[in-house]
Unconditional design. Sequence first.
Length: 160
Amino acid sequence: MALEIERKFLVEGDYKSMASSHSVIRQGYICSGRGKTVRVRLRDKVGFLTIKGPSRDGGLSRYEYEHELSLDDALSLLMLCEPGMVEKVRWLVPYGGHVFEVDEFLGENAGLVVCEVELRSADEDFERPPFLAQEVTGDRRYYNASLRVEPYSTWDKTSK
């Protein structure tokens, strides 16, 4: 099982012109609670089952296991998920030796654009692309499992 180390930011400005590719993602949660999740994701026509442990280091890292699934298996498992689906377009932006994953949320989370960058260590320096805005690493409101339950469209405007 791998330790995932990532930082998360809000996005302002253009990122699409810098992207090397994009894909449509639909995901649900078989279970989520106490910081642990079992997620089913359909990325274009490829499925994934992902198990994540609770966040550590103020939300900077967590253990993650991911397994690729067939399209049919992913579609079947999505039927078993808790209510609420997260849908988004993911843009991959190579910049300064890293690939920044920019998620443009759809549906009830439309209007929210978040970027994640995976790091090799918690203290790794990285070159920031111009579209990175406020850091939200560790803010549980921006976790996909949280957005499933409390979508961005329902947030109090003063908390955005």
